[in-house]
Design a protein around this ligand. Structure first.
Ligand SMILES: [Zn+2]
Length: 148
């Protein structure tokens, strides 16, 4: 049902829903491995580079990458605090997004930080990745938490 908020200018509120069918293709293993509690990503054995998010093919030499398990431990490279977000996360505001340096990974990984004290967050802080027990097969199934 459409609601009218104002006449001049005309502003309406109307339900909007889509069903989105998405394939993770060659990077599906990242998500399917989460169900067994593993954090997997890809590595180019030729270039000796490990990517996260996983890449099916190396952007440097274009060779196919191999899957490797990572510990999920690392440090905060940089962070920001969000005071607005997409609808799914509005209830959690404010929260922090972080780029993390993970052990055994050569790229930075953007993820959400879940912490009880946002004021203590700083660059270089130790974190570990956590995996949701109720997978939605989305990137929000993993996040970082302070560690130690
Ligand atoms: Zn390569």
């Amino acid at each position: 049902m459409t609601e009218v908020y104002s006449i001049d200018p005309l502003i309406i509120k109307t339900p909007y829903e889509i069903t989105y069918k998405h394939s993770y293709g060659k990077t599906s293993k990242f998500f399917t491995s989460l169900s067994s509690g593993k954090l997997m990503t890809t590595r180019c054995e030729h270039c000796k580079v490990t990517f996260l998010p996983p890449r099916a093919d190396c952007p440097n030499c274009l060779r196919e990458t191999k899957w490797v398990e990572i510990s999920g431990k690392g440090t905060i490279h940089t962070f920001t605090t969000l005071y607005f977000s997409g609808e799914k996360f509005l209830k959690d505001l404010p929260f922090q997004l972080v780029y993390v340096d993970l052990e055994g990974v050569d790229t930075l990984f953007l993820t959400r930080l879940k912490t009880k004290d946002m004021k203590k967050v700083k660059v270089g802080m130790k974190i570990r990745m956590r995996i949701s027990k109720e997978l939605e097969w989305r990137s929000s199934d993993v996040w970082a938490e302070p560690y130690e």
